[in-house]
Design a protein around this ligand. Structure first.
Ligand SMILES: Cc1ncc(COP(=O)(O)O)c(C=O)c1O
Length: 309
C-alpha cells in the first residue's frame, strides 16, 4: 500500500521534515532486523483525532524492546506526548501511526548492545488495509505453506522488525497464488494468525479465536473485539483451531489495527458460510467503529484525544 506523505516525523525528540527522517544504510536494524515497532490508528471523532488504545500499544512497544534488551531512551509519557504532537503538527484528522525503535549506526556484527538507538514516530493518512470493499465483501485467504515462527525461535510476544520476514513469506505466497492474505499454522498444525491480523470464527453463534499460546500476536484489536462481543452477549472462546474449523465456520474474520474487522469470505477456495460477510461480523463491525469514533460511552477510555494529551 503506498505511503501518503505527511509533513513532519517525530525523530529522537524533534519534529523533522518528512524527507529528513533518515538513517544510515549501515544501521544495525537494516542488516539484522533489530528494531521493534507498533502499528496504531487515530480516528476522527467529534472531539478531534483520537488514538485508539495508545497506552496498550506503547506498553507493547516497551515489552517488545525489553525482550530484545533494547532500552528506549524516552519514557512512555514522552512518547504519548510525541504521538499527539506529530498528529497535530501534520493536521491530520485520522491517520495510521508507526512508532519504530531501531538499533542505529555505529557498530557492525550481530551484537546489538553497543549500537545507538533511534526512535521514530511517523503518521500518515491510511485507508482500509485490505481495501475499502473488503470491509463489506470480505477477503479470500490461503493457509500458508510457511509455518509461523516457533515461539522459542522468534517469540510472538515481540513485534520486532526482523520477525516480519516470516509474515512477508506468507503474504507474498498468498498474493502470487491470487489470494488477498495468508493464515499461518504453527508447528503443531494449529491456526495462529494472518501476516498482520488475528483471526476469529463464528459457529452456531459462538466466537472462537486461537489462544496467544498458539503463537499469534497478542492483538489489541483482538482483545477489544473479545470485550465488545461479550458485551453484546456472545460467548467467546480462546481455543486452538485447525484449518478445517475455518472451512466449516459460519463466519470468519480478521482483526487488527490495519485490517480493523475484515470478513473472510473464502479459505483455500472454500466459501465460508454464505460466502460473504455474515451478520455477527457486521454487528461487531458496527459496534467497533462506533467505539473508535467515540460514540459508545463504554469504550471512551480506549481513546486518547490528542488535543487533550
Ligand atoms: C502478526 C500479527 N498478528 C496480529 C496483529 C493484530 O494486532 P493488533 O490488533 O494489535 O494490531 C498484527 C498487527 O500488529 C500482526 O502483525
Amino acid at each position: 500500500m503506498p505511503i501518503s506523505q505527511a509533513e513532519k516525523i517525530w525523530m529522537d525528540g524533534d519534529l523533522v521534515d518528512w524527507q529528513d527522517a533518515t538513517i544510515h544504510v549501515l544501521s544495525h536494524a537494516v542488516h539484522y532486523g533489530s528494531g521493534v515497532f507498533e502499528g496504531i490508528r487515530a480516528y476522527e471523532t467529534s472531539r478531534g483525532p483520537a488514538v485508539w488504545h495508545l497506552d496498550e500499544h506503547l506498553k507493547r512497544l516497551y515489552r517488545s524492546a525489553k525482550l530484545y534488551h533494547l532500552d528506549i531512551p524516552f519514557s512512555r509519557e514522552a512518547l504519548t506526548q510525541a504521538t499527539a504532537d506529530v498528529i497535530l503538527a501534520n493536521e491530520l484528522r485520522a491517520c495510521y501511526i508507526r512508532p519504530l525503535v531501531l538499533r542505529g549506526y555505529g557498530e557492525m556484527g550481530v551484537n546489538p548492545l553497543d549500537a545507538p538507538v533511534n526512535v521514530v514516530i511517523a503518521v500518515w493518512p491510511w485507508g482500509a488495509y485490505l481495501g475499502e470493499e473488503a470491509l463489506e465483501q470480505g477477503v479470500r485467504i490461503k493457509i500458508s505453506s510457511w509455518r509461523r515462527n516457533p515461539q522459542n525461535s522468534l517469540p510472538a510476544a515481540a513485534k520486532a522488525t526482523g520477525q516480519y520476514i516470516n509474515s512477508v513469506l506468507a503474504k507474498v505466497e498468498s498474493l502470487k497464488a491470487g489470494y488477498d492474505e495468508a493464515i499461518m499454522l504453527n508447528e503443531a498444525g494449529m491456526v495462529t494468525d494472518g501476516s498482520g491480523e488475528n483471526v476469529f470464527i463464528v459457529r452456531d453463534g459462538v466466537l472462537t479465536t486461537p489462544p496467544i499460546a498458539a503463537g499469534c500476536l497478542d492483538g489489541i484489536t483482538r482483545a477489544s473485539v473479545i470485550r465488545i462481543a461479550r458485551d453484546l452477549g456472545y460467548e467467546v472462546r480462546e481455543e486452538n483451531l485447525v484449518r478445517t474449523d475455518l472451512y466449516n465456520a459460519d463466519e470468519c474474520f480478521f482483526t487488527g489495527t490495519a485490517a480493523e474487522i475484515t470478513p473472510i469470505r473464502e479459505v483455500d477456495d472454500r466459501a465460508v458460510g454464505e460466502g460473504h460477510r455474515g451478520p455477527v461480523t457486521k454487528e461487531l463491525q458496527g459496534a467497533f467503529f462506533a467505539a473508535t469514533k467515540g460514540d459508545d460511552e463504554r469504550y471512551l477510555a480506549w481513546l486518547t484525544f490528542v488535543r487533550d494529551a
